[in-house]
Design a protein around this ligand. Structure first.
Ligand SMILES: [Zn+2]
Length: 315
């Protein structure tokens, strides 16, 4: 069969067009793979974000700003995101029972970090633990102590650096900087505990066990751990009022994203001032949009705790 020059020319053009269409796909295959990190809670997201700054690692926070992590239910898309992640970071406590079912059949190539495996756990106070369970209920709020965050973020940094060698130098540098900020914070809290005294009065839930135990702060709270009740009993209110009245600085704390109802009642009864003690459970949308970090919240906490405590001479 004789091929006409015009047909031959058209065939060449078609072949060239097909080659051009396939070209970007081939390029994609030769590039280093971008690592996808998926985290459940804000603290995990913040640590991974700080450690992977200025790299090509992508990050996803599943529990969106403003959402209460204690009642969280994953969406079908969350499950897909976890399964498609290269590194999945979760906390692993009572509030994240839903995660266990998903990671049971997660991809073998995903590195899974359970933050509660990385620190010394504390058992929750009796009032909040599950009486029907034989296993002890561990307090899940491990990140409230900067000492724990040093251990957690070190493990996160190692995993990211191993997984993406082209970013390892940047990741190490970021981690070193983060670790030195955490150590500074740790020293500041130790110095505060040594220099000042007083009972910290929290008219709210109390997720700060790891923090107060690590630094030796004295406290009283309306509800243990992250108990679901929101109405304090008259007896509890009376105890909180008595403690506020014993403090010359008259400061009462409420948590971030809390309605602060109990704090308001006590503040009115005692003419005291309400300050926020940030547990970093989650972040408001506006704080998230303005780029607030775990370190920012801890520095605010340091300022507020300083205001609430007083010199030994005043006692
Ligand atoms: Zn909690």
């Amino acid at each position: 069969m004789k091929i006409r020059p015009k047909t031959f020319f058209v065939a060449i053009i078609v072949c060239l067009l097909i080659a051009l269409l396939l070209w970007p796909i081939n390029i994609e295959h030769t590039k280093p793979k971008h690592i996808k990190i998926v985290t459940t809670i804000f603290p995990a997201y913040d640590f991974a974000r700080t450690i992977s700054a200025n790299t090509d690692v992508s990050l996803k926070l599943l529990i969106k700003p403003g959402v209460d992590l204690h009642n969280y239910e994953p969406t079908p898309q969350d499950i897909i995101n976890i399964k498609e992640s290269d590194i999945f970071i979760y906390n692993g406590g009572e509030s994240e029972k839903w995660v266990e079912k998903i990671i049971a059949d997660i991809n073998q190539s995903t590195d899974v970090i359970r933050m509660m495996d990385l620190v010394q756990l504390k058992i929750e106070s009796d009032e909040h633990s599950d009486e029907h369970s034989d296993a002890p209920d561990y307090d899940e709020h491990i990140w409230t102590s900067p000492k724990n965050v040093i251990k957690i973020s070190s493990a996160i940094a190692n995993t990211i650096a191993n997984r993406t060698p082209n970013n390892a130098t940047t990741v190490r540098r970021n981690y070193d900087r983060f670790e030195s900020s955490l150590k500074k914070l740790d020293t500041s809290f130790q110095e505060l505990a040594a220099a000042k005294t007083g009972t910290l009065v929290v008219a709210d839930r109390f997720p700060f066990r790891y923090f107060v135990d690590d630094y030796g702060f004295d406290y009283i709270a309306a509800f243990p751990g992250c108990a679901e009740q929101t109405e304090a009993s008259p007896k509890t209110i009376a105890e909180l009022i008595e403690k506020v009245n014993q403090n010359p600085n008259k400061i009462i704390f409420k948590l971030e994203l809390s309605n602060g109802k109990t704090a308001q009642t006590i503040a009115e009864a005692t003419k005291s001032k309400i300050l926020v003690w940030h547990s970093a459970h989650n972040i408001s949308q506006s704080d998230f949009d303005s780029g607030k970090t775990y370190l920012d919240f801890m520095k605010d906490n340091l300022t507020n705790l300083k205001e609430a405590l007083y010199d030994y001479s005043a006692s």
